[in-house]
Design a protein around this ligand. Structure first.
Ligand code: HEC
Ligand code: HEC
Ligand code: HEC
Length: 135
């Protein structure tokens, strides 16, 4: 009798679990916004349009979402939740997350892909990501 009730409660818990549909959406186009109190490295730097869906089709999620593994899908945090500190030298700051030489960063991966002949991702600041503001 005890075993039966244990089995029944296990089944009740299973029934309460959400279905296997992912609990996240893969955003198509994103604008990367500067965290508050974080000054740009140059005056011409504005918000960056990021073709996220395009990148997510061609790379594994954790190529960029390095804090998330394929085993805990559903917890895709914005980079800026952690990388929000000002200055160009802090490894956990905003700037380095997108510019350092590691392949999780935008510029780091773009350089690496060019070196290995995998496409022609943009490297130039103002032609690629930081489109100059029209005055
Ligand atoms: C080329 C790098 C890259 C790849 C690959 C990538 N992402 Fe992202 N993702 C980002 C960046 C950058 C952001 C914006 C972060 C920010 O604004 O701080 C983001 C944002 C997100 C967000 C929104 C988070 C929020 O709450 O604002 C979700 C959800 C997400 N990604 C899911 C995924 C999933 C799922 C995959 C794989 C199918 C994936 N991403 C692949 C770089 C990437
Ligand atoms: C939960 C917090 C967290 C999230 C979310 C996160 N990071 Fe990080 N990241 C860190 C920490 C802590 C470090 C430094 C230690 C390490 O390398 O693990 C780091 C290091 C890095 C580095 C290396 C920096 C250097 O100069 O050594 C890059 C590049 C980077 N992250 C990019 C990203 C990108 C891009 C995203 C979003 C797609 C992201 N991170 C999301 C916490 C986070
Ligand atoms: C893991 C590798 C990787 C990371 C990280 C990455 N990219 Fe890319 N990116 C690519 C590749 C590969 C291409 C396309 C190259 C090709 O097809 O010639 C590309 C293309 C682009 C393009 C041009 C798209 C087009 O339509 O031509 C932009 C803009 C861009 N990336 C911005 C970013 C930004 C902003 C980030 C960081 C938030 C980022 N990328 C992070 C690999 C990466």
């Amino acid at each position: 009798m005890k075993r039966l009730s244990q089995l029944l409660s296990a089944m009740a818990i299973l029934a309460l679990l959400p279905s296997f549909a992912p609990a996240y959406e893969v955003p198509k186009d994103l604008v990367i916004k500067r965290p508050a109190k974080n000054q740009p490295q140059a005056s011409w730097v504005g918000p960056v349009n990021f073709p996220h869906g395009f990148h997510a089709v061609h790379n594994p999620c954790k190529a960029c979402h390095h804090e998330e593994s394929d085993r805990n899908l559903g917890q895709f945090l914005p980079c800026t939740q952690c990388h929000n500190k000002p200055g160009a030298d802090d490894p956990t700051g905003f700037y380095r997350a997108f510019h350092n030489s590691k392949t999780v960063s935008c510029l780091g991966c773009h350089k690496q892909k060019r070196l290995t002949g995998q496409g022609t991702p943009p490297l130039s600041c103002t032609n690629g990501c930081h489109k100059l503001k029209k005055h």
